[in-house]
Write a protein that binds this ligand. Structure first.
Ligand code: NAD
Length: 485
């Protein structure tokens, strides 16, 4: 198999620059080295922040409608590079390329374009007082924004931050996860070609602790941090920011989503949605419906048919082969972590299918593949039902009544998303209203509208982004009160 070799750099102040320190980029499907990556330390972070601070002086003063065509050109560049971006995302993540289809790349471009339009089309509020005074409310950019993203859906998640950050007039520094650096570097090339001015958008590559991530989040000139990743990393960032820059934060963190299937649901559809919700992107999705709860009347039939469906329909292997339905986990370390849970699962319940690696030809026999895995006969309090496994692993539990399903669904530390599958609208509303989750999907999963608030309750996040909720976060509000004489 021919794989390209990437020499991945930072993008600071409009220039692609290297570092004295570099690390290797591995392809998750083979664990072969497919690139070198510059590692940002304090010096690179200082340069990027200073470039962003300087660029803010002009970008922040431009009107949203002046920024709009530049950002639209950025979005158009993403669309033009769709085929290359799809391959890059597979090299970065390990995901099957058929999932990086044109719809996925369109969503990446839309993240930029939607906010470019939103910011330009949004007006301001005014509040006339009885005394004749007039208040108006300005929304002004905040300043230098640090955007930190995880490795599971890197381009979608980074543009979800880059779009609103830049559209509302901030300048930004993106720090992608260390195992998925290529996409961020490619996005920087596209932004550069689209004419995004130097310093407005920067990328600093590197790790978290004692590296680019930690230096960025504690830099005194940073005014805003939007972070997606693990809950424990969010806690570390909150501490760093509290002790240094007091930057405002928005956190999208871990999840352990329930997928509740009532016996009045369309079972064919429920099987398809459950497969998608748990196994898209090898289950490495914060929104994954990784805890399937099935009403007792259809439990046995569901479990049997779900296991057969996964066994018959999953094609694991070369992620660049369009026939492959499931790719590799992102790193050997992560695969080992996921498999570590299965040893525990074996003790606490029944490993119905999976738990092992597929038998693949070289070079994929060295990759981080794991067969789709179902665990049954577990109690809701056990580790595999409580902790985010972040792999192709589901637990399936029976329940009898609505209240019991809600109680099990809510009895975890997370509250990001949930799926409710039922043919009864009243039940859909009753149950959805009681679940601790930032998003509930009824009879589907991962349907996104950029206008709605996105984020999590409990340990799944702080704040919401999307539409005007993003505007709240990415702008400073200023009230101007004018006397009537
Ligand atoms: P992670 O928290 O390990 O890393 C995320 C990013 O933070 C990386 O860029 C990393 O380098 C950086 N980082 C790590 N330590 C840091 C520190 N001390 N200071 C600053 N930056 C630091 O997460 P991950 O393993 O890359 O991603 C998986 C996690 O992300 C899962 O928990 C998943 O649920 C979560 N996630 C959440 C959402 C959501 O929208 N809620 C979406 C996708 C992923």
């Amino acid at each position: 198999m021919e794989t390209p070799f990437f020499e991945v750099t930072h993008y600071i102040n409009g220039e692609f620059v290297n570092s004295p320190l570099q690390f290797e980029k591995l392809y998750p499907a083979t664990n072969q080295v497919i690139g070198t990556v510059a590692e940002g330390k304090q010096a690179e972070v200082d340069r990027a922040v200073s470039a962003a601070k300087n660029a803010f002086k002009t970008w922040g003063k431009m009107s949203a409608s002046e920024r709009r065509p530049i950002l639209r050109a950025f979005a158009e560049g993403i669309r033009k590079n769709a085929a290359e971006l799809a391959r890059i995302e597979t090299f970065d993540v390990g995901r099957a390329i058929r999932e990086n289809n044109i719809h996925y790349i369109k969503r990446i471009a839309n993240n930029i374009e939607y906010f470019a339009d939103f910011a330009a089309l949004h007006g301001s509020e005014s509040y006339p007082m009885d005394s004749g005074y007039i208040n108006y409310v300005l929304r002004q950019p905040v300043g230098v924004a640090v955007l930190i993203t995880p490795w599971n859906i890197p381009m979608l998640l980074s543009t979800w931050k880059i779009g609103p950050a830049l559209a509302f007039g901030n300048t930004a520094i993106l720090k992608p996860a260390e195992s998925t650096p290529i996409g961020a570097w490619k996005l920087a090339q596209i932004a550069h070609e689209a004419g995004v001015p130097a310093g407005v958008f920067n990328v600093v590559q590197g790790f978290g602790p004692n590296s680019a991530g930690a230096y960025l989040t504690s830099h005194p000139d940073v005014r805003l941090i939007s972070f997606t990743g693990e809950t424990s990393t969010g806690q570390a960032i909150l501490k760093a920011a509290a002790g240094t820059n007091m930057a405002r934060v928005s956190f999208e963190l871990g999840g352990k989503g329930p997928n509740i299937i009532f016996d009045d649901a369309d079972i064919e559809r429920a099987l398809a949605i459950s497969q998608k919700a748990a196994f898209v992107n090898q289950g490495e999705v914060c929104l994954a419906g990784s805890r399937i709860l099935v009403q007792r009347g259809i439990y046995n039939e569901f479990v049997e048919r779900f296991a057969a469906k996964l066994t018959n329909e999953t094609v694991i292997g070369d992620p660049l082969d369009p026939a492959t339905t499931m790719g590799a986990l992102n790193s050997r370390e992560h695969l080992e972590r996921v498999m570590g849970y299965l040893e525990v699962g074996g003790y606490e319940g029944k490993l119905l299918i999976g738990g092992d690696q597929p038998d693949l030809p070289a070079p994929f026999n060295e990759g981080n593949f794991l067969n789709p895995t179902i665990i049954t006969d577990v109690v809701p309090s056990c580790r595999v039902c409580q902790e985010e496994i972040f792999g192709p692993v589901v637990t399936i539990l029976p329940f009898d009544e609505e209240d019991e399903a809600i109680q099990i669904a809510n009895d975890v530390k997370y509250g990001l998303s949930a799926v409710v599958q039922t043919g009864n609208t009243g039940r859909a509303i009753r149950v959805s209203n009681q679940i601790d989750a930032g998003t509930v999907w009824v009879n589907d999963w991962f349907v996104r509208d950029l206008r709605v608030p996105f984020g999590g309750m409990k340990a799944s996040g702080v704040g919401r982004e999307g539409g005007h909720y993003s505007m709240e976060f990415y702008t400073e509000m200023k009230n101007v009160c004018i006397a009537n004489q």
